[in-house]
Design a protein. Structure first.
Length: 152
């Protein structure tokens, strides 16, 4: 079943069960998909890869928002809890990321394959890894690991 159809069924189920939190998250994701579909430069099909990309982008935005609400302490606690719920919901659809060991092994292997020995060329490495492992590893993590490996 396509992810877009699965989200539609999940929304229907959440409404029937009067689960407002889940319904709100799914509505937000469907809105983001619609925005992507009607964007000026979009001329393709909504496939699972695009749905995953939208979910990942929303999760990343939620991560930043949670950090901001956490800074507010008790005043932002309720909203931060809702955002964490939304973040966990999104993570249920996304592929699991690499652990630190696998990420280090991948970065080390790609550094050798590309012949990169200077920290100034890390951007090339990040581009190479993100093409093949998008959604599994964050670009910031690739940069951090590569810089550590190149220093030591």
């Amino acid at each position: 079943m396509a992810l877009e159809e699965e989200l539609a069924k999940r929304l229907t189920q959440a409404i029937k069960e009067k689960d407002g939190r889940t319904a709100d998250v799914v509505r937000m994701l469907k809105t983001r998909l619609q925005e992507r579909r009607t964007a000026k430069d979009f001329s393709g099909q909504i496939d699972d890869a695009l749905v995953l990309d939208v979910i990942a982008a929303y999760r990343k935005q939620l991560q930043k928002a949670v950090a901001e609400y956490d800074k507010l302490g008790e005043r932002g606690a309720a909203h931060a809890a809702q955002l964490r719920f939304e973040q966990e919901f999104c993570e249920g659809y996304l592929p699991k990321g690499m652990d630190e060991t696998a990420a280090r092994a991948l970065v080390k292997e790609r550094l050798a394959a590309l012949g990169i020995a200077d920290a100034k060329q890390v951007g090339r490495l990040i581009g190479d890894i993100m093409k093949t492992h998008k959604g599994q590893i964050e670009a910031g993590d690739v940069k951090r690991i590569a810089e550590e490996l190149l220093k030591g």
